[in-house]
Design a protein around this ligand. Sequence first.
Ligand code: ATP
Ligand code: MG
Length: 572
Amino acid sequence: MTTPNPGTNQEPAAGPSNFIRDIILEDLKTNKYQGRVHTRFPPEPNGYLHIGHAKSICLNFGLAAEFGGKTNLRFDDTNPTKEETEYVDSIMDSVRWLGFDWEDRLFYASDYFQQLYDWAVKMIHEGKAFVCDLSADEIRQYRGTPTEPGRESPYRNRSVEENLDLFARMKAGEFPDGSRTLRAKIDMASPNFNLRDPIMYRIVHAEHHRTGNEWCIYPMYDYAHGQSDSIERITHSICTLEFEDHRPLYDWYIEALGIYHPQQIEFDRLNITYTLLSKRKLLQLVQDGHVTGWDDPRMPTLVGIRRRGYTPEAMRNFCNAIGLSKTNGIIELGRLEYFVREDLNKRAQRVMAVLRPLKVVIDNYPEGEVEEMDAINNPEDASAGSRKVPFSRELYIEQEDFREDPPKEFFRLSPGREVRLRYGYFIKCTGVVKNDAGEVIEVHCTYDPATRGGNAPDGRKVKATIHWVSAAQAVSGEVRMYDTLFLKEDPNQVEEGQDFTANLNPKSLEVITNAKLEPSLANAEPGARLQFERIGYFSVDVDSKPGYPVFNRTVALKDTWAKIEKRGTPKK
Ligand code: ATP
Ligand code: MG
């Protein structure tokens, strides 16, 4: 399809097939909404968005864009005590970062407070709602159980006049929090709990982030949501499966009011192994100091993964690939990382960085000489060009690339063994220097000047290529290596009396403070994404200072040293 694409800044493209898309195709065929496709993303501003929300955002904006439709951003701000403008701002920022644009369609459920109130009054007039004086506890007792019907509230048959009077006085602030509610008069015997005279309004004397102290009664989610959809003339109101049982209530309110009827469609919530996707629990991690903030790179928040180096393209590709289902499941973290790696492979500049340095001295290399070696910036992208990397007599290599006494399958540097230095020369180990504890602190080598650039004219082969950094020009920096925040695939699985924090991984962060980096990284720009050759993908952190860059490991390289060796010389 090549329809215009107002809801997104992406190129139009046929989206991935899924059952919601099929419903839309069918609705377009039958002209159910006169050819319109209008979706919305309705976050509650009570925390930062996470990867689960990304699935919903990609779905809502993606489907509308595919069919030339529109998507609204609507803040579902009906709970004044938990909501803040900080969250509103970060949510907008994250939706934009993912690559979507709501244009001029930014809405707030609180914009509709007056309309929702007027509709509630109308329902009272028509005998469809009543003011109830039961306490929260009593309402629970009256509600019944899955096998027993509930009991009707003793206030259920109040006169319309009395209900109107009490509701107006609730609004006027005459009654304390929790003393009264407005409830829909539906069916206390319904097998669906949501239809057992659900609460429409509660009294909350609290300041709202937008309406201030104008209101002290606030609509419940179920009453506000469908009506907001209707006001905005949403066609397909897409939400997660836990709202399936709420759909009869969604439909009931719309029909009771006789207003435009959008359709609610449910899909499966995203769950990822070793990851928690719940704003409430993520807030707890922040408040209790288990992480440094919402944007800690270990967090599954969109601000967290962004700081870690994930790209919006990778997130969109992932969301498209996982598809939709009508039952909840769990996606392997590795699947998400696959898409991150795949995208970074195309765009990340390659650089050399040594995380745990070991000094190498090339005894036959002229002292004081520095050569500029050509290094390819990205073998996947010829347009990325190349750069110069200094080479000299003293270098750093990774400690783990040297073994004094190598096991059989170890092909990297060891006494008497020759290896290739990437973009450098062949070097052969001639000896080591040890400290008093017997640890190798320096490796001595000779180099073959005929192998400049990494190939021997006589055709002789080496079994390993290792990376390096020239010692004199090296820049020191910090590298933050991350592991999963939780040790269990399902972080919610705990022993009795524990909460999910019992599953926190005490080793989720390892800080390396003396990494040696090629000089081009001295003033690396925060936000830049790089591949440290043979190690992984890294992002430049905002904590970087001029001359002391700080990196986050985004994701490890699947492409290990063994595979590099199989490939032989670098691809052109
Ligand atoms: P949380 O439990 O993390 O607070 P929520 O559902 O309460 O999530 P909302 O702000 O109400 O968060 O959600 C906005 C939209 O994002 C809703 O349509 C919701 O269904 C969807 N959403 C939230 N979490 C996920 C998830 N894990 N997978 C897919 N969609 C999600
Ligand atoms: Mg919610």
